[in-house]
Ligand binder design. Sequence first.
Ligand SMILES: *Cc1c(COP(=O)(O)O)cnc(C)c1O
Length: 367
Amino acid sequence: MDRIGETVLEIHLDALAHNYNYLKSKLLPETKFMAVVKAFAYGSDMVTIAKKMENLGADYFAVAYVKEGVLLREAGITTPILVLHPLPVNFEQLIAHQLEPSLYSPKILTEFLKTAQENNLEDYPVHIKFNTGLNRLGFWENDVDHISKQLQNRNEIKVTAILSHLAASEDPNEKKFSDTQIETFKKISAALDEKLGYRPFRHVLNTSGIINYPDAQFEMVRSGIGLYGYGNSADEDVHLRPVAQLKTIISQLHKIEPGETVGYNRAFSANTPRISATLPLGHADGIGRQYGHGKGHVLVKGQKAPIIGNVCMDMIMVDVTGIDCAEGDEALVFGAEHSADTFASSGQTISYEILTAISQRIRRIIK
Ligand SMILES: *Cc1c(COP(=O)(O)O)cnc(C)c1O
């Protein structure tokens, strides 16, 4: 086995392909697939993931901010890219890189139209986002008139698509709410089509939406977490494979005698003789302090080693008492045998947060 020698985030592209094929199997053949690669492709490696997804045949990419789209274009990505949360200060850059904005408010629409006019754009593709219950970003249902009036007799922009976002697509207890969001979206879509005189395509579903609301796939779906191997439920997780695996090594072992303590503020105190292992990653790498005090664990030789005491900035200490291990041996923080979802739960959070928190100083290894 290759020795990793330091903390690494392995990116498994075969797992990405597997997850993509699994998600595609839930869709009609004609449904377009938007791969969500914001936040460094959920903490992995945005350019590598996007290139692989482009090869696999993704129809669209989504990023949150203009800067992320620019990085993709500079890396040679030619597939359409939607920017979910563009800000006016970056509109010039967005246009220069052929990125498609999600326009989500009257103010953003006015500002984009102004920039579009200044740049002599014609039929520039935009997506209009409607708020159907998440109350985060989006026009309201009763903004349809306003939007169509703004667009009347102007040709700077063309509404390529309209979108909305479900608030609780993973939660079966919120099925009624999600169904209502979908119905509202259909109404908005019909009203806007009529006013515009043409039919933009539509997208609403995220990963859990693809799983739970297959009738609402419209013309395109947007998937992030599923591509990276997590489905927000144990039933789905068995069909998916984690793309990112966070591995580290044991820097040093210590024998801790009863009455001795480990780490800052002496937060771990030994009652019996223990062996602690120091690992080279800490809260600056995304392993938050909530994983300390025995809450989270890593695997050493396949066995659970709890994180003891306080998480430091650059290190954690784990209890390896009874595990036959040596300095230089590997530890798995999360990956195939210890999922990021399980690890995240031990720190009262979700896979999305731990994945995107992994610091950029950790080396990525593409597998
Ligand atoms: C992040 C995001 C997605 C992807 O959601 P997943 O649950 O990761 O599939 C889809 N749509 C919007 C608007 C998003 O912000």
